[in-house]
Ligand binder design. Sequence first.
Ligand code: SF4
Length: 327
Amino acid sequence: MIKVENLSTSYKTIDGDIHVLNDLNFTIGDNEIFGIAGESGCGKTTLLKTLYDIIEWPLVIDKGRIVISGVKKDKEYSYESGQIKKTWWNNIAYVPQAAQSVLDPITRLKKQFLDSIPKEDRKMETKEQTLKRVASYLEELSLSPDILEAYPFQLSGGMRQRVIIALATFMSPGVVLADEPTTALDVVVQRGILMMLTRLQKQLKNTMVIVSHDMGVHYQITDRMGIMYSGSMVELGATEDIFKDPIHPYTAMLVNALPRVGDKSAKVGIPGRPPELKNPPKGCRFAPRCPYATDRCKEMVPSFSEIKPGRYAACHLLKEGGSIANG
Ligand code: SF4
């Protein structure tokens, strides 16, 4: 489980602080695939890195905390921001953006697997015994164990991505974070990667967090999702409900911009651009692009709260009982 409480982060620059994440509050349960969506620059990747405890100057946690917890081999564990690093690979794993290029191109994959497995986990095993375990894990994931003898440059981009996912999940971590896992891959390979992630989550019954700008990815594999805009979470709920009945004006525009089978109407993108994080609007950051914006929206930041059971949003209109259907 992941608990994010009052989390705010910023980049410290000589021109002042750039607030990238603003007061985030949400929980991601065990045994679910949770998606994080939003346009580029909305803070998705910073959030994922913060969840993984990659907090490197000039990025700073200004307030709040993250707790990851669960049970592994009958033992309870709990780590919070600052300690999460201690449990990398074991209880939490990260598949970074453009993961295909993180493998060392001139080292055989078997060595890269052996180097990634903590010594405690190998216990009294010989290298050969560990590699046998790796080979049978690869087979479970429908990958040929022969690839252990290969160098990464001998594999296609899609195959390298599968190898990275296999590496990240070999220790059965309770939490897997994946940043844009299908970007730069063709549609057929993308589908294979999404199927692999879904299968793995079912097998491990863990928490999987998928960051993607592609709403189609969320529709295909996530159980619940959060929509981010300019460093804030603006809507959160079950994926099916969000696609069927988006309640936040920004989510509605994102969903309405998606092409649908049989729908020949011209699709338009969301007019305008997200604000600069360095100099955001005073009230709701979506106000300059929102057709429902009022004077209040321009002055006051809307709080993120439960609008109906399981549905959260940050919007004055919704809190006042209005909706995007009746304005
Ligand atoms: Fe639009 Fe106001 Fe809601 Fe922001 S708070 S999304 S400006 S209606």
